[in-house]
Design a protein. Structure first.
Length: 237
């Protein structure tokens, strides 16, 4: 069950009304972990990956992703982990639902990307820079040419646009990035917090622009074939 519920502090007994935060799925739908009203909150004394993250399934596209486990800070100083209902993560298969975003497998020589939670536009740019380094780009800098919206980054062989706005990126956003990349003889790569319109995805597929969605956990997700290829081969493509 989602919505709100009363959470009582295990230390001081204060009661708080709590609503789980929603994060955008790769398909663009806001997703919030369902709260478990039958379980009691627990005090956070130390952190582990299993405790800090929870698997949540999108009700629109069925995608299951890792999201920050909801927490509540009491005025007494106690941090409470709010109980939620975790979804089972489906096994990865070679087929897959054609309606699901493509799955990219990193090269064996590259360790798994370590995400950082995104709270601000600056966090989004920092995450993209970290992700580009993970792909093998070490010479990351601000782009010389500004984009109509968002923030431009560049590295050897790529021009990158970070779209930290609340509305999905449009076909014009994709086209402007593509023109900038063409002028520099580079590949165009776009990262968006709010996803893309259907027309923008179609335009990107036609132009070969790689599209990624930035979820608030700080893990970029490829949403078209160009992005999947970039993740698979990295900067050595």
């Amino acid at each position: 069950m989602s919505g709100t519920m009363a959470v009582r502090c295990t230390e001081c007994g204060r009661e708080h009304e709590y609503a789980a935060p929603a994060y955008p799925c790769a398909c663009g739908t806001p997703v919030a972990p369902p709260l478990n009203r039958r379980a009691a909150p627990t005090r956070v004394t130390h952190r582990t990956w299993e405790g800090d993250w929870v698997t949540v399934r999108c009700g629109s596209c069925g995608r299951a992703d890792q999201w920050p486990h909801p927490e509540l800070g009491c005025s007494c100083g106690t941090v409470l982990r709010v109980p939620v209902i975790s979804a089972a993560r489906p096994p990865t298969t070679g087929g897959g639902d054609p309606g699901e975003p493509p799955v990219a497998e990193p090269t064996a020589s590259r360790a798994a990307f370590r995400p950082v939670t995104i709270r601000t536009a600056r966090d989004a740019v920092t995450t993209v820079a970290r992700y580009l380094r993970w792909l093998g780009h070490q010479d990351i800098r601000r782009a010389d040419q500004r984009q109509p919206h968002g923030i431009g980054l560049a590295a050897r062989g790529v021009v990158v646009r970070v779209h930290p706005l609340v509305e999905p990126a449009s076909p014009r956003d994709v086209e402007c990035l593509w023109l900038t990349a063409m002028a520099a003889s580079c590949d165009g790569v776009c990262f968006s917090l709010a996803g893309y319109t259907d027309d923008a995805r179609d335009r990107a597929d036609g132009l070969g622009v790689a599209l990624f969605v930035l979820d608030l956990t700080g893990t970029p997700q490829p949403v078209n074939a160009a992005a999947v290829g970039l993740v698979a081969t990295g900067a050595g493509r």
